[in-house]
Write a protein that binds this ligand. Structure first.
Ligand code: 3H9
Length: 659
């Protein structure tokens, strides 16, 4: 039977009276205008052809349908609109069953919900991730999902945007069955349903739900939403489904979707989405094949090293962890095993997964063991002579093709590279702590780093499931430079009249999980203090310098771990300490500064300006490639709220062509 073509991306073939419709719109089968038009044309064709008993809808490659085309947002609408297509599928008089071959996200999942039956392939996953883009589902998701899986489960899925795999989808009632060959199973299901009564999701009553369970599910979503509006709106719509007709519910959903789609919050989250995709792409590396990396050496198994080791192990790498003594190596192994144990306890990993990770781990005090590694990540004490000596030794041990990466936070990796005979194999990999949790890695492209080495570590970071941001050499890299500028500005405001708790409240109100002074307390104040003391001799006396942090450290207030820092922590709870206010007031008096009041907006505006000025300098110096990269570093490394888009976005600097 020849292939029928309904649009540039939608084609079909007949399989014994069943029209098998395939969407092929690479890379992820989004619902572009030609896909929507093609689906309507296929339905028209099937409606008119007496020999067709029903339809199967399927995708190609790893996607069933990746969702609405986000690039169409903000452009003039093109008919047919998605809700029209979906209503047509649901109302269709012949059985329409989807064979879900891969991801069915957003509008893709809404197509699934509207079909009369749902067969999942083993690689299928289902989700309504709209809240991650600052919107709610706009084509029936909030009204049809609770009809199929109940209000509580629908609040969880739509409110968090999490995706579920085939097995969970079946358990929830979102899919009917998992099949090794979903297309064949769907064709059979169409034949079985032909001529019979069709199960239309919109006609199902929302199952009664326990009000307490609904409140608990709602509270969970709201607690993690950090002031964003989309999750709360999504929950409201799901809850409303039980009390409204489908038509009323869809109208309410559509109005909410359109309002949120045009919001700042959604523009910011779309910026983040596209900035993340742009960050991984380096034109100059497009044709360069990464070197294979299978065995990773990690030098140092402290907090950072063990976190990196866990991340590499759980991503399937073999890890050789090096310490100075056999005892230290054993403690390192125990630390790594301890992190894996916690993952098992919290059900993020199975016991078998933990065993497999430990089987790939070797902890040793013999540096020669690193000769079989493809990449060594150094995570030892941040001291130049310690690191250069280590690199000199590693250079003589690892194979000529192996890569040497330093995890320094502040040292110059070019200086470390000079200790090696081949600096082209040296690169910086600045992980954030705890490295097994934090997604961000600044990949430092050093003066002599070979493009192939850069491409290889980018592939490594991607396989770790982390976000790589490329950065040039500079003191503190992108994140620490912007953070230092922002911290400096916060301290200026302290001296000028704001109190730590006022600045922190403004930041937390803006969406940061924790204000800057609370963060400093958590990290500990002594490292920055030591650095300030080191730089004191060369500090320009004409440049404004705030001594308050030094005074606190001198008074033994080193942060949360000793119960006193910018705040006091009696019983672990953050509390304003009059002793800190007194130190601040004394510092102002010493400089004859008459304190003035700051509004929340003014505090935020000044902090954003400081971040943006530093970000602009990083771009001018060529240390950062794009404004979006700076935004991603601040969002993923420093708690900047994603729904504000990052500092550069917040003042109108966009990643070009994305919105
Ligand atoms: C929605 O559906 C609203 C509806 O409720 C209502 C409508 C009325 N649009 O991530 P990748 C591009 S909202 C446009 O690297 P992966 C992406 O930019 C939508 N473009 O691949 C990239 O392009 P480029 C709900 C999109 O394999 C390329 O595809 N859906 C879209 O790692 C590859 O992307 C979502 O939120 C899109 N929707 O992951 C799903 N999606 O090559 C968002 C991707 O030019 N997408 N692109 O840089 C994803 O989560 C992942 O892309 C996916 C594939 C899991 C699908």
């Amino acid at each position: 039977m020849p292939e029928m073509r309904f649009s540039q991306s939608v084609s079909a073939r007949l399989d014994g009276g069943v029209l098998v419709v395939t969407i092929n719109n690479p890379p992820v089968n989004v619902l572009s205008a030609h896909v929507r038009a093609g689906l309507i044309a296929a339905l028209d064709h099937a409606a008119d052809a007496p020999n067709i008993v029903g339809l199967v809808i399927s995708g190609t490659g790893r996607a069933f349908i990746g969702g609405a085309d986000i690039k169409e947002f903000g452009k003039p609408p093109v008919v047919p609109m998605l809700p029209q297509v979906i209503d047509r599928i649901e109302a269709f008089e012949k059985p329409t069953i989807c064979a879900v071959n891969g991801v069915a996200l957003g509008g893709g999942c809404e197509v699934v919900l509207a079909c009369h039956g749902r067969i999942a392939g083993e690689a299928a996953s289902f989700g309504l991730p709209e809240v991650k883009l600052g919107i709610v589902p706009g084509a029936g998701g909030t009204q049809r999902l609770p009809r199929l899986i109940g209000t509580v489960a629908a609040i969880d899925l739509i409110g968090t945007g999490r995706a579920v795999k085939a097995g969970e989808a079946v358990a929830l009632g979102l899919a009917d069955a998992v099949a090794a060959d979903p297309l064949a199973a769907a064709v059979t299901a169409v034949r079985d349903n032909a001529g019979g009564a069709l199960r239309r999701t919109g006609n199902i009553d929302v199952p009664a739900a326990d009000p307490e369970a609904v409140s608990a599910a709602e509270a969970k979503v709201i607690a993690r939403s950090r002031g964003q509006s989309a999750p709360a709106e999504a929950v409201r719509l799901v809850k409303a489904a039980a009390g409204l007709s489908l038509e009323q519910g869809l109208a309410e959903e559509r109005a909410t979707f359109l309002r949120l789609r045009d919001s700042e919050e959604s523009a910011a989250l779309r910026h983040v989405f596209f900035a993340e995709r742009a960050a991984g792409k380096v034109e100059a590396l497009a044709d360069i094949a990464p070197r294979p990396i299978e065995t990773v050496g990690i030098v140092g198994t402290g907090l950072m090293g063990s976190g990196i080791a866990v991340s590499a192990l759980t991503s399937g790498y073999r890890v050789i962890a090096l310490e100075q003594t056999p005892e230290a190596a054993e403690s390192g192994r125990e630390r790594i095993a301890g992190i894996l144990d916690k993952a098992v306890q919290s059900r993020r990993m199975t016991a078998e997964g933990r065993e497999a990770c430990l089987a790939r781990l070797e902890a040793t005090a013999e540096i020669k063991a690193l000769e079989t590694t493809d990449l060594v990540v150094e995570a030892v004490f941040d001291d130049l002579s310690v690191k250069t000596e280590l690199f000199r030794r590693l250079d003589g041990i690892v194979a000529p093709g192996a890569i040497l990466a330093t995890n320094t936070s502040y040292l110059n990796p070019d200086a470390i590279a000079t200790a090696t005979a081949d600096p082209s194999r040296v690169v910086g990999l600045h992980f954030f702590s705890p490295a097994n949790v934090m997604r961000l890695v600044e990949v430092v492209d050093c003066a002599r780093t070979a493009p192939e080495v850069l491409a290889s570590v980018l592939a490594f970071v991607k396989r770790l499931g982390k976000l790589a941001i490329i950065c040039g050499v500079t003191e503190g890299f992108i994140g620490n430079r912007v953070f230092s500028a922002y911290r400096r500005e916060a301290e200026f405001m302290l001296e000028d009249g704001a109190l730590p708790q006022e600045i922190d409240a403004a930041l937390e109100g803006y969406g940061f999980p924790m204000g800057i002074f609370a963060v400093n307390d958590m990290a500990g104040l002594e490292i920055a203090w030591a650095r300030r003391k080191r730089l004191a001799a060369t500090r320009d006396p004409a440049v404004r310098y705030v001594e308050i942090a030094d005074r606190l450290c001198e008074a033994g207030r080193l942060g949360r771990k000793n119960g006193l820092g910018w705040y006091a922590y009696p019983d672990g709870a953050r509390t304003v300490d009059p002793a800190v206010t007194a130190v601040i007031e004394a510092a102002r008096a010493e400089k004859n500064i008459a304190p003035r009041a700051f509004t929340k907006d003014e505090i935020i505006a000044r902090l954003l300006k400081a971040m943006v000025e530093e970000g602009t300098a990083l771009l001018a110096e060529g240390v950062a490639a794009r404004p979006g990269d700076i935004d991603l570093v601040m969002i993923n490394g420093y708690g900047f709220p994603a729904h504000k888009g990052g500092p550069m976005f917040s003042v109108g600097q966009n990643t070009e062509g994305t919105i």
